[in-house]
Design a protein around this ligand. Structure first.
Ligand SMILES: Cc1cc2nc3c(=O)[nH]c(=O)nc-3n(C[C@H](O)[C@H](O)[C@H](O)COP(=O)(O)OP(=O)(O)OC[C@H]3O[C@@H](n4cnc5c(N)ncnc54)[C@H](O)[C@@H]3O)c2cc1C
Length: 342
């Protein structure tokens, strides 16, 4: 087993509520690690609506979702949170009172005194394309995310999709692949124009191939892919020899492993008390979209409030012998020192 990473608090989910929890816990001298399955920080704000304006953050008349994530990152910088992206928390085991051993799908192990579940609507999971028998190749030849680029060195790659992920990985993997084919249903792409232009330049100088069509079947055996069969909207079916296929068809949100952590659930949400937003397991808190209580609103500002109250109770677990004195950031020199503003 890997050597555990020890931390006061492990936050599951780096959405806006998980990020603000770092601030509230940091003011009270608790150190945090955060794990998120996405390859970026910001949860729904970053993944679903980065360019959209948000109008209901208190005291901020207008900010884009991306701008809010940037602002939260600046706000929590003094507390040096450690992020573990592209990893999904799979198991939580209670090993002390309270002390938890947490493992991710990449085999990383944490030992955390407390856990804050800020998992939003659950984990974002890739949409599987409707290709018969694709399951037999998943994890061996078909991948929905790129965890380690080296895995694809000198391979014949088929990337399928027309959005930002498909185009970004086309550009990133083209230099290391033996041959790379990008396939999309039509000759129009939803990705950033700059990425589309770069991709077209690679096609023009024959560094990569661009094919129009949809994958209809896979050839291979024992999970080892040999070729993909495809069909364009108009014209004859064709075949592409490939070692790996990487479909990028967007993400859906599923509760995922949260359901297996021994927490009470009510309609896929975690019931909490409204004094500390603690779950039925002492030492495990749930804030943001993932929790439920009478009157709950799935708003970022509600998650921020929950983070502040959660941190007060968390303090008593981490520092059982210390008295917690309530302080304002405007007037407390000790808080201002922690924030690095004096
Ligand atoms: C289009 C749209 C517009 C919106 N507009 C507004 C608005 O104007 N104002 C407003 O207040 N709210 C708005 N919301 C809602 C707001 O985005 C959510 O309330 C907020 O994102 C919840 O934050 P969170 O941190 O609880 O969860 P999320 O933002 O959902 O983040 C949760 C994170 O947890 C991760 N995760 C889940 N399970 C695991 C696991 N097992 N291991 C590792 N990581 C995991 C996920 O990958 C995700 O990144 C909008 C939502 C949408 C979709």
């Amino acid at each position: 087993m890997n050597e555990p990473i020890k931390t006061d608090v492990l936050i599951i989910g780096a959405g806006p509520c998980g990020l603000f929890a770092v601030f509230e816990l940091g003011l009270l001298e608790m150190k945090c690690h955060l794990v998120d399955i996405l390859d970026k920080i910001g949860g729904q704000c970053a993944e679903l609506y980065p360019e959209k304006p948000i109008y209901d953050i208190p005291g901020v008349p207008f900010i884009t979702a991306h701008g809010l994530v940037d602002a939260l990152m600046a706000q929590i910088k003094p507390f040096a949170p450690v992020f573990h992206l592209q990893e999904m928390v799979e198991t939580i085991e209670k090993v002390g009172d309270p002390l938890f051993r947490v493992t991710t799908d990449l085999g990383k192990v944490f030992e955390a005194k407390l856990i804050v579940v800020a998992a939003g609507g659950g984990s974002f999971q890739p949409k599987r394309p409707p290709v018969p028998g694709i399951e037999a190749y998943e994890g061996t030849s078909v991948f929905y995310a790129v965890r380690k680029m080296e895995q694809f060195r000198d391979k014949r790659l088929l990337i399928v999709g027309g959005g930002d992920s498909a185009l970004d990985w086309t550009l990133n993997l083209a230099p290391i692949a033996r041959r790379l084919t990008l396939m999309h249903r039509r000759d129009q792409f939803r990705a950033a124009p700059d990425s589309v232009n770069k991709m077209r330049a690679l096609v023009a100088d024959r560094t990569i191939d661009l094919k129009l069509g949809q994958v209809t079947g896979l050839e291979g055996e024992g999970g080892v892919l040999r070729a993909a069969n495809a069909k364009p909207d108009k014209g004859e079916p064709y075949r592409i020899e490939c070692d790996n296929m990487l479909p990028f068809f967007g993400l859906t949100m599923k509760l995922g492993p949260v359901a297996n952590w021994g927490l009470n659930l009510a309609e896929d949400l975690i019931p909490v008390d409204t004094a500390a937003f603690e779950t039925n397991v002492p030492g495990i808190f749930a804030i943001g979209d993932i929790n439920s209580y009478p009157g709950k609103l799935k708003l970022i500002l509600c998650g921020f409030h929950e983070a502040a109250l959660m941190a007060q109770k968390a303090y008593h677990y981490i520092f059982p012998d210390k008295r917690l004195v309530f302080q304002y950031t405007t007037s407390s020199t000790s808080l201002q020192k922690k924030l690095g503003v004096m």
